[in-house]
Design a protein around this ligand. Sequence first.
Ligand code: PBG
Length: 330
Amino acid sequence: MALIPTHRPRRNRKSEVIRNMVQETTLSVHDFIYPVFLIEGENKTIEVTSMPGIQRFTADRLLDEIGQCVDLGIKSFAPFPSIDDRLKDRLAQESHNPDGLYTRTIAQIKKAFPDVVIMSDVAMDPYSSDGHDGIVDPDSGEILNDATLEVLGQMALAQARAGADIIGPSDMMDGRVAWIRDVLDRNAFSHVSIMSYTAKYASAFYGPFRDALGSAPKKGDKKSYQMNPANRREALRELVLDEQEGADMVMIKPALSYLDVIREVRNHTQLPVTAYNVSGEYAMVKAAAQNGWVDGERTMMEVLMSIKRAGADAILTYFAKEAAQVLRRG
Ligand code: PBG
């Protein structure tokens, strides 16, 4: 005689109402931080070829875009600048120019939308003639950690002065969270937060982002500062240091190939955990959807849900606007 099952998990899936009742993870527009690309000029947008649907905006057009996002409920933005090659040098001096494209635009956004939260990026690569996040020693090619801290501190300060709410060091230099915290505190910016890129891996998934900003390294790779994709325990070491150094929030980047790291970090900290659903992750979904190989909208929502389920409280994602539209539709 066939055995009749005594346990029937399917009972909890038998109708949409019951499925909704027992749903463990939810996604909301409040979870999204929208990374946006900024270019010099006026009234212009240029699509990023490898990121269909994503534009680089001049400041005026970015304000329009932010306005549309705010109407959809997205209130947090992470701008990244595309800097003219002529303004780049080995010390990334443009990165702390108070009248530079980035700082000027941050101030404009905060003026137009005082409630919007701006998370600014601290790393030298968009302004570095070497395309690295730190200072390159011209003789040895080494990335000079402690000299770079000086630049990062000045950059963070310029961004705080422009009105940034959260400073996001994405450079992976040792000691930068403590350094930036100290610079901010000594300059009356103790209210400005730090979201550390705690575990940022040396990933192939950043390709489209580097296309968008023209920020790829001229020589070598970023493996002497970004983490080895093979390592999980090392993420916990970075977490401990960032906590000690005063980070307010921690981030894992990329997200999808690192869901285990997100969960591990979630289980080891009381701080908010965020994850960066990076450019290559966006591009893969878009490319497959354009070919009709996956349902783009369902895949997008599943990707975002999986990042939350892994343990992220918030997600930096290029899908923010599209996902907000889906959520609004219900
Ligand atoms: C560099 C930086 C990168 C990204 C954000 N900040 C790329 C890199 O480290 O080369 C990538 C984001 C993305 O791929 O969406 N400071």
